[in-house]
Write a protein that binds this ligand. Structure first.
Ligand code: 13P
Length: 279
């Protein structure tokens, strides 16, 4: 079932998963527990209305609360299109811009989104690495807690993505630890739910500590893409001679399900009260 973004994040401890087609979304849904989760629609996928409609249709079949969020959108035209195509949230990513331009972009994105009843996530600070494919691009910039408070107040975002040493993709070594003091300071300064991007490669203990420290949503993408591609390569020698597309899609969904389950281990650990104080 589709659920508003704010309601999902309000309960906290949700995973968000990049899905480029319905086989991926089917795999993700099978991995979700009763808390539900977010289907991330990467900006590259927001060029095709039928693909987005397909992802939305899969989300509507979920037995647990799910919402669709446009991910890493850098322009207002795509924000508007995503809203028209039925997402519940957009991530208006102005993180490559300087502070004032980021504020201005997200304010405009929020004005569009509000007209459609769609929630907005912004990002302050910057993650190195590529969002849709592993690439050695960009330099990281940690989120400043005071600026984060000002950013949220001026943009009215419903959720803030922050940088604590986290990276996008699997090309850069995943950090073994994050800047926990910074997370604590941001959590104290900012009242809206916080998102941690770059979930791939983080140890479950690190994800669990982040969630315990105030992260409401953890985004994963690369690990799912890699699992999907590896399953495709492994299945093709059998599927191709038999022209068996059904078997291929089944293997892809299975692989994405397994990757999403693995990604959710850290979030589940955070909810295990036996571990309180030990992480
Ligand atoms: P990874 O690709 O590193 O898992 O990051 C995904 C992400 O943050 C999507 O918004």
């Amino acid at each position: 079932m589709l659920e508003p973004f704010a309601a999902l994040l309000g309960r906290g401890r949700v995973g968000a998963f990049g899905c480029y087609d319905t086989a991926m979304a089917v795999g993700v849904l099978r991995a979700l527990d009763a808390r539900g989760g977010v289907i991330l629609v990467p900006a590259a996928t927001l060029r095709s209305e039928p693909v987005v409609a397909g992802l939305r249709a899969v989300a509507e079949t979920a037995r647990v609360p799910v919402c669709l969020q446009a991910d890493h959108v850098h322009d207002l035209e795509t924000i508007e299109r995503a809203c028209r195509w039925g997402v519940q949230a957009v991530m208006a990513d102005g993180s490559p811009l300087d502070f004032e331009d980021n504020v201005a972009f997200v304010r405009e994105a929020a004005a569009i989104a509000r007209r459609h009843g769609v929630a907005v996530e912004g990002e302050l600070g910057r993650l190195p690495g590529g969002a849709d494919a592993d690439a050695p691009i960009g330099a990281g910039l940690a989120t400043d807690p005071e600026q984060a408070a000002e950013f949220v107040a001026r943009t009215g975002v419903d959720c803030l993505a922050i940088a604590l040493g986290n990276v996008h993709g699997a090309l850069l070594p995943a950090p073994r630890d994050l800047d926990w003091g910074r997370l604590e300071a941001i959590r104290r300064a900012v009242g809206v739910p916080l998102a941690l991007h770059g979930g791939t490669g983080l140890a479950p203990e690190v994800v669990a500590r982040a969630v315990r420290g105030g992260i409401a949503k953890v985004n994963f993408n690369t690990g799912l893409r890699r699992a999907y591609l590896a399953a495709t390569a492994a299945a093709l020698p059998v599927a191709e001679p038999a022209a068996d597309l059904v078997a291929l899609h089944a293997r892809q969904a299975d692989a994405v399900e397994a990757a999403a389950r693995e990604a959710l281990v850290g979030i589940a650990l955070a909810g295990n009260s036996d571990l309180v104080g030990r992480l």
